[in-house]
Design a protein around this ligand. Structure first.
Ligand SMILES: Cc1cc2nc3c(=O)[nH]c(=O)nc-3n(C[C@H](O)[C@H](O)[C@H](O)COP(=O)(O)OP(=O)(O)OC[C@H]3O[C@@H](n4cnc5c(N)ncnc54)[C@H](O)[C@@H]3O)c2cc1C
Length: 485
């Protein structure tokens, strides 16, 4: 059986690895379980949005730089890959938020910056907003449809006011999704809060309070057993450890600089096989698309026009990362980084990670390593700004926010990475779109042997991307005759 995977980012490489592992155990297994897997990658490297760059001081991530370590499935997967000893923990230093021309402590409680009381956010909101937060539970609740979804920004603006969204929630969500809260859906981005609102609505008459839901989640968090280790971890030598291991262990033939521009149906629609435009001269029994949503829409145009149309509604946010290494860290605050409030007009950057403060293994290199991030959904900064502009803004903003003068500190290395079409926008219609695309693919006879995976389908976080790709690979192996017992 021939299987093609389009896209050698985390999703594509994970699917390739998992296919090999699962098929090797099947009854009809040949050397690779009867499966030949070809992976096609449009660029000249594997990894996609995981990209570790060789700084002179050591390998440095320019895309993802951490993962949610409370996802045991991800930690188990890395252990299976032999990477357990590479996992390292952060320093635990607090982050800051830049709002109203001041760097202030980022609130510790709440859920994604949404507080249950004004206690932890007093430094970031006016007395009037603080009062509004504290009296939310006394006002009339709002109608919550169980299983439904709302826009995060609209919900928090309505219950608590604009300052909570602009100064706190958008900064935190923007760090993950490159979007403000006004472009994001609650169920896709803060599922635990949507779940708690479901529970409260089921218990009551559908009327709920935001502060009650957040307080309940805070309580269950406090009751969780302690000693579970760091919330986030990373790889000692960067994400290259992961993507290179996956590529190697997958046993797949990986073609780089191989842009696939179309999928052609081969044979009959009720027993579909496929050829790839831009691929090898091979007929594939199954194709896995592990590419961003707009590319998947393009590739599905002929074989699954309905799914292709549905996918076109998924929009992407552009972003850019400027990595900077300085000779000294004197004067860099003892914090992990700083998020910029979405309304701040005095700086260009949306966030800084003080990487050598955040990660002790990077501090050991000496000097200072700082990442500046630019670009949110709807703006064009990451596309239109020149590299020189971005470096200048990064240095100016860093000085404005922290007082650290990067030029005087000796800028030794710089790397500018643009992420055009970086992350999908998880708005309030996104989960329904993903479900629709998958169901349309299931119902379309000519697309029976096509699967989709990737950040847009399963969630943007590294553990979510891995989980979705593994589930897709597992379904393919179950479906593929030569691998069935
Ligand atoms: C700046 C940034 C920081 C992030 N930080 C974190 C973090 O700290 N923690 C975390 O958990 N997540 C983070 N993420 C998210 C995470 O990195 C991504 O969700 C994940 O890496 C996406 O993997 P993917 O395989 O779905 O997509 P991609 O990485 O986009 O892979 C898709 C691949 O398909 C290829 N491709 C596209 N079209 C074609 C074609 N026609 N033919 C062949 N190949 C094609 C692309 O070149 C690419 O290599 C971050 C993302 C960004 C952009």
């Amino acid at each position: 059986m021939n299987i093609a995977i389009i896209g050698a980012g985390l999703a594509g490489l994970t699917a390739a690895y998992e296919l090999r592992k699962l098929s090797a155990g099947s009854a009809n297994a040949g050397e690779k379980g009867g499966l030949k897997v070809d992976v096609y990658e449009a660029t000249d490297r594997v990894g996609g949005k995981l990209h570790t760059v060789a700084f002179e001081a050591g390998p440095t991530d320019m895309g993802a730089e951490a993962f949610m370590a409370r996802r045991q499935d991800a930690v188990d997967f890395f252990t299976e890959l032999g990477l357990a000893d590479s996992l390292v923990e952060p320093s635990g230093l607090r982050s800051l938020v830049w709002a109203d021309g001041e760097a202030k402590g980022l609130p510790t409680g709440g859920v994604m910056g949404i507080p249950s009381s004004s206690e932890t956010v007093k430094n970031l909101v006016s007395a009037e907003t603080a009062e509004r937060i504290d009296t939310e539970a006394e006002r009339e609740g709002f109608q919550w449809e169980v299983g439904g979804d709302v826009n995060v920004g609209a919900l928090v603006r309505e219950r608590y006011g604009d300052e909570v969204v602009d100064n706190i929630v958008s900064s935190l969500l923007g760090g993950v999704y490159s979007c403000t809260a006004d472009d994001l859906g609650l169920r896709a981005t803060i599922p635990q809060l949507a779940g708690e609102l479901d529970r409260l609505a089921t218990e009551g008459d559908g009327m709920v309070h935001l502060s009650t839901a957040v307080a309940n989640l805070e309580r269950s968090r406090r009751e969780m057993p302690t000693g579970q280790g760091a919330v986030f971890k990373t790889f000692h030598d960067g994400y290259q450890e992961l993507y290179e291991t996956l590529a190697e262990e997958s046993g797949a033939d990986i073609y780089i600089d191989a842009f696939i521009s179309g999928i052609e149906l081969e044979g009959s629609a009720d027993a579909p096989k496929y050829r790839l435009t831009g691929g090898e001269d091979t007929v594939y029994d199954h194709v896995i698309l592990a590419v961003p949503a707009p590319t998947a829409a393009l590739l599905l145009k002929t074989v699954a026009p309905g799914a292709s149309e549905a996918l076109k509604t998924v929009k992407l946010a552009n972003s850019a990362v400027v990595g900077m290494r300085f000779a000294t860290d004197d004067g860099l605050p003892q914090n992990s980084g700083v998020l910029v409030a979405s309304g701040a007009e005095d700086v260009h950057a949306k966030a800084f990670t003080f990487s050598s403060r955040k990660w002790p293994h990077l501090a050991e290199r000496g000097g200072a390593l700082v990442r500046a991030s630019f670009g949110r959904f709807g703006d064009t900064v990451a596309i239109t700004a020149t590299e020189d502009d971005m470096v200048d803004w990064a240095l100016d903003d860093l000085e404005t926010i922290t007082g650290f003068d990067g030029r005087a500190a000796g800028l030794e290395e710089i790397y500018v990475q643009r992420w055009l079409g970086g992350l999908p926008r998880f708005d309030e219609g996104h989960l329904a779109t993903v479900a629709k695309v998958r169901s349309l693919l299931d119902d379309e006879p000519s697309a029976t042997n096509i699967s989709v995976t990737g950040a847009w389908a399963g969630g943007v976080g590294v553990p979510a991307v891995i989980a979705d790709a593994r589930a897709v690979a597992s379904a393919v192996v179950r479906q593929t005759p030569s691998t069935q017992e």
